[in-house]
Design a protein around this ligand. Structure first.
Ligand SMILES: Cc1ncc(C[n+]2csc(CCOP(=O)(O)OP(=O)(O)O)c2C)c(N)n1
Ligand SMILES: [Mg+2]
Length: 339
C-alpha cells in the first residue's frame, strides 16, 4: 500500500525539468557525487556486515540519499546537523570522512565514541555534526536548543534535523516544533517519509494526508517535496535556511520516498508488497538523477566512470585504514563514567 494520497496529489513523482533555487552545474555535480559516495560506502558496509566484521545493526539510507544529501547541502559550516539513523549521506556533505565512518562501524578506538559504540552515534562536533540519539524524536529538542543558542548569541546559524514518518508521531516532535515556532528559531525539520516504520505502513501510523500539514497547527512553514529529486529537496531546504537566517522561523519539510531495503540488514522487508518496492526501485534517486545530468549535458559518462573509480578507491583505502585501526583497550571502558 502506497503512502496515503490527498484527493489530488500535491507533488509529481518525477524529476521536473526546471530551474531549482540557486543550483548551477557545479553544485548539481556535487549533489551527484555525494549521493554516489553514500551509496558506495553503504554497499561496502553491507559487505563488511556479511563478513561478520560489524557488531550491531546496519541501517542504510538506500533510496533516501536525495533527502539526506539535498538537505545537508543547504547548510554552511557553522550550521548544526542533527542526523538520524539513515543520514550517513548528510554526514559526508558536512565533512565526515570515510575513514572515520568505517572505523566507527568497525568499532575501532580512533573515533569520537572510541570504539565503545557500533555505528549510529558517530558525531563530529568540530564540524557541527551531533551524534544521533537512539530514541526516536529526541534529536528534535536538542537541535531546537542549538537554534535557540544561536538566537541568544545573535548569530544566524541554523539547525537541521530529520525524523521518520514513524518518529514524527512522538511527543518530542510536537514540543520541539511548537517551541521553535513560538520563538521563531532557525530550525528546519525534514521528515523522511519512507512509507514504513520498521514493518508498520503509514496508514497504521497517522490519519492525516500529509505530515507537512502539521506545520499549520504550529504556525510555521510546511511543504511536501518529492524525496527522490535531490534538487527539489535542496531547493525546499535552501529556501528554509534563507528564511531561518532572516529570523522568519522554522520550517517543516516532508520528503516523500520509500525505504527500499529492510529496516536494517537483518530484515528482508518481507512485509512490504513486492509491487510497491519495485515501483520505487524504478524511481531510484541516483539512477534517475544521473539520467537527468546526462540528458542536460551537465556531466558525461566518462566523467561519471572516473568519479566512481575514485570513490571506490577511496572506500578501499578507508576500509583498510579502519581494519588496521586498533580496538579499544578494555581499561578504557571506565573512562568518562561518572557514577
Ligand atoms: C522511542 C523509540 N521507539 C522505538 C525505537 C526503535 N526503532 C528504531 S528505528 C524504528 C523505526 C522508525 O521508523 P521511522 O521513524 O519511519 O524511520 P525509518 O526507519 O523508516 O527511517 C524503531 C521502531 C527507538 N529507537 N526509539
Ligand atoms: Mg519510515
Amino acid at each position: 500500500m502506497a503512502v496515503k494520497k490527498a484527493g489530488k496529489e500535491r507533488i509529481k513523482f518525477i524529476i521536473e525539468d526546471r530551474e531549482y533555487f540557486d543550483l548551477n552545474d557545479k553544485k548539481k555535480i556535487d549533489l551527484y557525487y555525494y549521493m554516489q559516495v553514500c551509496r558506495k560506502a553503504e554497499e561496502q558496509i553491507i559487505r563488511l556486515y556479511r563478513q561478520g566484521k560489524i557488531v550491531g545493526g546496519v541501517f542504510t539510507g538506500r533510496g533516501l540519499e536525495a533527502i539526506t544529501i539535498g538537505s545537508a547541502y543547504a547548510l554552511e559550516e557553522r550550521d548544526g546537523l542533527f542526523p538520524i539513523h539513515r543520514d550517513m549521506g548528510a554526514h559526508f556533505v558536512k565533512g565526515q570522512t570515510l575513514k572515520t565512518f568505517f572505523a566507527q562501524y568497525l568499532g575501532r578506538a580512533n573515533t569520537s565514541s572510541r570504539g565503545r559504540d557500533g555505528n549510529l552515534h558517530l558525531g563530529m562536533p568540530e564540524k557541527h555534526i551531533y551524534g544521533t540519539i537512539s530514541h526516536l524524536g529526541a534529536m528534535i529538542p536538542v537541535a531546537v536548543g542549538y537554534a535557540m543558542g544561536a538566537k541568544m548569541r545573535g548569530e544566524d546559524s541554523v539547525a537541521l534535523s530529520f525524523i521518520g514518518d514513524g518518529g514524527s508521531n512522538i511527543g518530542d516532535f510536537h514540543e520541539g516544533l511548537n517551541f521553535a515556532a513560538v520563538h521563531k528559531l532557525g530550525f528546519i525539520l525534514v521528515i523522511e517519509n519512507n512509507q514504513y516504520a520498521y514493518s508498520t505502513p503509514t496508514q497504521e501510523q497517522y490519519a492525516a494526508d500529509y505530515l507537512a500539514d502539521r506545520a499549520i497547527g504550529y504556525g510555521m512553514h510546511g511543504e511536501v517535496v518529492y524525496g527522490n529529486n535531490v534538487m527539489a529537496v535542496y531547493e525546499a531546504v535552501g529556501k528554509a535556511v534563507v528564511r531561518a537566517r532572516k529570523g522568519e522561523g522554522p520550517s517543516l519539510i516532508e520528503a516523500r520516498s520509500m525505504r527500499v531495503r529492510g529496516h536494517s540488514e537483518h530484515d528482508d522487508a518481507f512485509y512490504v508488497p513486492k509491487e510497491l518496492l519495485q515501483e520505487w526501485v524504478k524511481r531510484d534517486p541516483i539512477e534517475n538523477y544521473e539520467k537527468y545530468l546526462l540528458r542536460k549535458k551537465i556531466i558525461t559518462k566518462v566523467k561519471i566512470e572516473k568519479m566512481i573509480r575514485e570513490i571506490e578507491a577511496e572506500i578501499r583505502e578507508a576500509t583498510e585504514y579502519a581494519e588496521q585501526s586498533p580496538f579499544p583497550e578494555p581499561e578504557d571502558c571506565m573512562r568518562d563514567l561518572f557514577a
